[in-house]
Design a protein around this ligand. Structure first.
Ligand code: HEC
Length: 154
């Protein structure tokens, strides 16, 4: 839960970057201070669900055309918010859901790729290790077990 990994434990506490505010669904001040490309209170971001595509959905190539006519082809099973805004900056972004009561709302993610909280946390362990590193470990197995226990209390 530490929202300032630069001052605290740099290996932990990244759920709250995106699951902040009263509904646990908003971008936090700490994440903005760390330079995440989103504004305080924003609700859209990528949790790498389309990127990893654990549901094994068919990939589609989307062409984004800028106002100067240049094109940008990007491939994804579901490009998320970019399909609404037409902006490649929103590629694979989804609305951050509340996590209050998450223990009762399986399956998880827009593609239902996580059937249980354990699957969900296996996804986040892989994501955190890929983005923030495994040395020091951005999500150890014991962190994962602690967070699952915590999610069951929400
Ligand atoms: C980078 C921002 C970000 C971080 C960090 C993050 N999440 Fe998420 N979370 C999201 C987004 C966006 C979604 C929706 C993803 C989708 O469906 O593609 C989501 C979905 C979820 C869901 C699914 C809820 C449902 O009803 O389907 C749960 C539970 C969850 N996150 C818990 C966590 C936990 C626990 C952590 C820390 C280990 C975490 N999140 C870290 C952005 C984030």
């Amino acid at each position: 839960m530490d929202d300032n990994p630069l001052n605290g434990n740099p290996a932990r506490g990244r759920c709250v970057h995106c699951h902040s505010g009263p509904m646990l669904n908003q971008f936090s001040a700490g994440a903005v201070a760390l330079g995440f490309p989103a504004t305080l209170g924003a609700r859209f971001f990528s949790a790498f669900v389309s990127e990893f595509n654990d549901a094994g959905q068919t990939n589609v190539t989307f062409r984004f055309t800028a106002t100067d006519g240049t094109t940008n082809d990007l491939t994804s099973p579901d490009a998320g918010r970019a399909l609404i805004t037409g902006d490649p900056k929103d590629f694979n972004f989804f609305k951050t859901p509340t996590i209050w009561g998450a223990k009762d709302t399986a399956p998880y993610f827009h593609d239902n790729s996580a059937a249980t909280l354990e699957d969900l946390m296996n996804h986040y362990q892989r994501y955190f290790r890929a983005v923030f590193g495994a040395t020091p470990d951005a999500m150890s197995d014991s962190d994962k077990a602690d967070i699952i226990a915590y999610l069951k209390l929400l």
